[in-house]
Design a protein. Sequence first.
Length: 606
Amino acid sequence: MNKSRKLVLGAIAFGLAMGVGVAQFGQNNSPLDQTIVAHADQSVNVKDQGMVGNGETDNSTKLQQIIDNSDENVTIHVPKGNYLFTNAELDAIVLHSHMTFDFDKGAEFTIKNGDRMAFVYPSPKGGYNGGISNITWNNATFRGDYNKSDGQSVFVQSIHHAQHVNFNNCTFDNAESPTGHYLDIDGSHDVNVKNSTFTGFNAQTDYKEAIQVDYSNHKAMSYHEPGDVYDNLPSYDVNVTKNRFVPLSNKSGSVKSFGPNPIGQHALYANGAGGIIHDIHFTNNYVQDAKPQLSADGANIHFVCVSNLYISNNTFENKGALGSGNYIRIYNISPIVKMSNIQITNNKFVNLDPNNRYVYFDNSKGAGITGVKVTGNKITSSKSKIPFVLSAGMTSSDMTVSANTNNKNVAVKPSDMKNTSKLQKLTGKYKANKATNTKESYTSGYNGQYAKLTTQAAQKYSLYSHIRGHAGWYIYSQQDGWSNAKKSGIVYVDMRATADSGKWYRIRFSSSPNAREYWVRSGALKFDSIEYAPYVRSLIPIKKYTMYTKVFNDPQLAKLAGTTADLGSKPVSVTQRATRVSVSNGQTSTYYLVNDKYWTRSSAFY
């Protein structure tokens, strides 16, 4: 718990023990002089309690005080205004049971400059009743921003062992974590998302979804609340209805930031000992221009070990994005767990043109996927040779595939539904190759880092869709590859890989995180030169600079690690200095290692 939060709660406890009355306070009063109490069934106006909607004042501590000092069955009313949140004082807002947040039109919570704020649903006990319940957000807007220097600013709902949680007519705008989610549903049930809008995804980890349906496990959580108890219970009874998942667009209408991957999950914990994800309804939603997932097993909607999954009456459309490897992938990775009742019905697939297939069921490693129904879906596409449904490790008795039609209202041919133990090869210009690597490891980094192409890069090295030896890899033609390189020779790098086939980097020819990505061997790139030396000092931060896990443009790739604002105004320990010479312009910059954890510019300190 944050120190300031402890002080306020301590003051309340002391006041109650002494029989002292607790008064409300106004906007100009000190929160430590007077505190708030909202009694049962009472409505609290956040402006009356000191929150400021001017877009400049941090409201994090004030909202936490309002929550901490309110009883159950409270309605928190948010009038029109722009309420800024930073992580200068708090890392998270912790909720309690029986709370309703009502936002007026024009009211929004905002976050910027790369800050992160979690809304935490704590679970001090294990079990489905171990967390809080009955939380409703009505008409809420959570708005973030993205800029090159600070990265993505983030709002996330970290929902652990919670129940009866509702999001109605909410807006989640440009605030999804590049390595995480908007809603992180872990070991929870009866979670309902309706008539809401999710926009923008500036991904570092491409497969992350706006709504993750996952388990009560430390690794699954977006935020780790001290004292939480984890027990690997799966989430269930999640209903996502009549929502929009859309991109941010430039004035020309082109994609500025891809639409979020809408829903899914990618892991099984404790071999499903506590059960598996089940009773998930994704219905009557609209998804546009989700970020292409180009690997052979990538998909915009992806579930592992799930039962009673209903994906129905949705429209999936691409207007400015290219096709993914697959659009929907349902995967059983367990030789023990049996999956059943997967229904993909009455959806519209518009101009998706996936590289491999629209829908893929993979039971090649699993104990079974039965009760599959894929019916009544409509495909609009100029390409007729892309399989609609493929499966691996299943028989025809496991599946019903019927009444699916293309844009000419012609039934999808029975031959388009195949049962195969091998991946379907790409048709057309590029041919996918089989997997030959036995070992592959990947490390992602901040997508603003760059390197310079060596003089002979275009002549000596090819560009790949994925690293050579990965399932589905292929080489781009000269026209679609090196012709995009700029005269400066600068490329942007956000991931590296080591495999049997060598060392690789994923690059872009544009600083835009949405630009097309290629894989190239490490020998094609030259990074900044960095020299290290001991440098022991105790320094005070005075400017806000981005912090990284390594020196910016280190060949090992640095990740974002907050900003120097997170350090506060107290002296910090500096133990090492790095001098970096840019391959772009030859300029020299100095970095300090702070508290043996993070690197940042030396000019941040006094």
